[in-house]
Design a protein. Sequence first.
Length: 241
Amino acid sequence: MHQNGRNSGFVNCITAGRGIPPECRNPPKEPRFLLFSRGKRCHTEFMNTRENNPSAVQIDLSLPLDRELLQRFSHSSDAALFGHVGTHFDAMDKTFPLAYTECPGVVFDVSAIRGRQIELADIDPGRIRAGYAVLFHTGFLEEKGYGSEAYHKNHPQLSYALIDALLCLDIALIGIDAAGIRRGKEHTPADQYCADHNVFVVENLCNLGSFKEKECILVHTYPMNLIGFTGIPCRVIAEKL
């Protein structure tokens, strides 16, 4: 652990033979939603394309929750756990910017990767622009089932180097169809590290296998307006052309 208490794995990472610039490790001087115009051109291009193609398809990426699952958590002595049920993000000490409710996005299919971390070399970073939602289809939710012990303890992980690279690209959201981007004791520090760079991690997504490679999508993320919760449930809808 270094002086800020974050996992030392985030420091001095080398990705794909390139060092991550040191300035990318420092949180932005102003919130990213004020800098969101960096991705505005990509967003405008998508909106123009959608207007010319009214047959856009919407896909719900939010995990369906039945009464049995909700009742299991409703009897918990810690009501705050409710915020961590199903599709949600860990709020940490940040507020979700309204500008993030609609982001251009990409989906990377990493479902064939097992037994190791997901690395930068496994994706095409050239598809990512500032302000994007970057979604990872691991296939793990379908494979193990939400709520199972294996799902929560043995899920795929993004490497520290990949996380650093994503933050360096000034994205808005990281989404994954798994319980998190890191496991166990590294889960919260990883989410906090992203939050410090104004990037939110959306966990327990579903239906990410519905997209073709290099498909253009728009990601709508609508969190509940909860106060004092460490996790915030959200509805996530992707729109593809």
